[in-house]
Design a binder for this molecule. Structure first.
Ligand SMILES: O=C(O)CCC(=O)C(=O)O
Length: 359
């Protein structure tokens, strides 16, 4: 592991404040990098059933969001001391937890073999538009770390961001306008390059025709102590939804709009916001992609590791897997979405089984 005392802080917090992202310095040693590239390669080779297509805009990747199941040693990268140091510097000392971890592969071309780069098509903000956690340090309810495990340059697909100061008052919710006003950066760098960013800022996977693919690991972190509002701010969501997305206002003056249609549109915005702020807040976990096995949240010998993986409560996926593997609901820790409330059909009708027996 890197000796963080002699390497200085991995993060330039002023740069982060001004841009909403920054690259992390001196995270992986050469040996660590070699190790995690090998772990990634072996995972992809040995577990093709876990690597599934993931569509983002017009771009597709394949990814394995269960690295803790297929290659549990990725724990070392997820909880790398230099990365946790950076996260908790942005969280101003508050403890973080895992919310999602994915291994991703962007192949050289799309399925048809054609180049598919399009200027704005893949730009998005994770966690819903307006998902700024205004009450948090740097407005970060969540953070994402992007780690390249292969060299990335202008001849490969890459990760791209449109910078935005973490405390800015002016927001361009229309992606095109944000890009026009604040531009964008492509993250290029050798294998081992790490960037940290607030996933509510505008970002994209930029796909380029290339003979080389891109290997990456993307890890999302949240706060161990969840707070209502970590998913976003109502006023921002309302302004954002009015401008862009499926409920955007028609491009005519408010007085010229059909009052009934306008009422319907505003009701849909209300419903969306209520879903984001009520249902998702009661879930507390950001995503349902990554299962966290009991080996981490229950049986890990280090209480800090257990707290990190448990976070404010397990996601539904982890609970469902735990139950399927013999851990009763009452033994599951509190917090997170309620498992007992998931809807299931009753057992199939018995006659089915009887009629086969008579054959
Ligand atoms: O893989 C990439 O470059 C983009 C990732 C992304 O957009 C996301 O994780 O939301």
């Amino acid at each position: 592991m890197s000796d963080s005392t002699s390497l200085g802080s991995p993060i330039d917090i002023d740069f982060f404040r001004e841009n909403g992202y920054c690259t992390l310095q001196n995270v992986l040693t050469k040996d660590e990098l070699r190790y995690y590239i090998q772990l990634y390669d072996e995972d992809r080779e040995q577990n093709p059933h876990m690597w599934v297509p993931f569509q983002q805009g017009p771009h597709s990747q394949i990814r394995n969001c269960d690295p803790l199941i297929t290659s549990p040693h990725f724990d070392g990268l997820i909880r790398h001391p230099r990365i946790l140091e950076a996260i908790e510097a942005i969280f101003e000392g508050e403890k973080c937890c895992l919310t999602e971890a994915c291994l991703r592969w962007m192949g050289p071309t799309d399925a048809s073999g054609n180049a598919v780069e399009k200027a704005f098509s893949g730009w998005h903000r994770d966690g819903g538009i307006g998902a700024h956690a205004l009450h948090r340090a740097h407005r970060a309810g969540f953070l994402q770390v992007m780690i390249y495990l292969s060299d990335v340059d202008d001849q490969t697909s890459c990760f791209s961001m449109s910078p935005e100061p973490t405390d800015c008052d002016v927001h361009y919710w229309d992606p095109r306008e944000q890009i026009r006003q604040r531009g964008y950066v492509h993250l290029h760098g050798p294998a081992g390059t790490c960037a940290i960013f607030n996933p509510k800022m505008l970002h994209a996977a930029t796909w380029r025709p290339s003979t080389r693919g891109r290997k990456s690991m993307q890890i999302y972190y949240g706060h161990q102590e969840f707070q209502v509002g970590d998913y976003g701010n109502e006023q921002y969501m309302r302004a954002a939804l009015d401008l862009a997305g499926p409920f955007a206002a028609p491009p005519v003056d408010a007085s010229a709009r059909d009052p009934e249609e306008e009422q319907l549109r505003l009701a849909k915005i209300d419903q969306y916001i209520s879903r984001m702020l009520t249902e998702r807040n009661s879930k507390r976990t950001m995503a349902e992609f990554t299962s966290i096995p009991p080996a981490f949240w229950r049986d890990h010998e280090d209480p800090e590791a257990r707290a990190f993986y448990l976070g404010p409560g397990l996601n539904l996926r982890s609970k469902q897997f735990a139950r399927a593997h013999g851990i009763p609901i009452e033994e599951l820790p509190l917090g997170g979405p309620p498992l007992a409330e998931t809807k299931t059909l009753p057992a199939p009708p018995k006659s089915h089984l009887l009629s086969r027996r008579q054959d």
